[in-house]
Design a protein around this ligand. Structure first.
Ligand SMILES: [Zn+2]
Ligand SMILES: [Zn+2]
Length: 153
């Protein structure tokens, strides 16, 4: 599976190929060495049992979707639609808007799930069975605070 860990010192997103089982990686932007604990399950793309970055065992699932892209598309649709509307082409305007929303939904549906570590926000993508539950704000608050303490921030 592909793991994306966040550098604890500069917050850069660092891709890690878990099948290579690296013990540590160097951050590409600040050169900090980051120790990784990759379990056999993670290395073989079977399941995410332990986070390689923080060794936490609490994860959640969300759709692998960048909300900014979805929003940009809807805004683009609305803008084009407004232009048609301005020129009195009401039906075309509504049509463009409807298509924009439909494309947005279609893209959203086709996307897979991504598993995310509550503590360090590491992301896990692969063919493993996504077992984590959906996001819970209370759990996130507790675990993020715990991780921040542990990291000494
Ligand atoms: Zn860094
Ligand atoms: Zn983690």
């Amino acid at each position: 599976m592909e793991v994306i860990v966040k550098c604890p010192s500069c917050n850069a997103a660092l891709p890690v190929n878990a099948s290579e089982k690296p013990n540590e990686i160097a951050c590409g932007s600040c050169q900090k060495l980051i120790a990784l604990t990759i379990t056999p399950a993670v290395a073989t793309d079977t399941s995410v049992d332990t986070c390689p970055m923080c060794t936490g065992k609490d994860f959640y699932i969300r759709k692998d979707f960048d909300p900014k892209i979805g929003l940009a598309f809807v805004i683009l649709g609305a803008t084009v639609s407004a232009v048609f509307y301005y020129f009195g082409m009401d039906l075309t305007a509504y049509g463009v808007l409807a298509v924009a929303v439909l494309v947005d939904l279609a893209v959203y549906r086709r996307l897979g799930d991504v598993t995310i570590c509550y503590r360090c926000q590491a992301e896990f993508r692969g063919h493993f069975k996504q077992m984590a539950e959906s996001f819970d704000l209370h759990t996130a608050d507790v675990l993020e605070a715990e991780y921040a303490k542990q990291a000494g921030r």
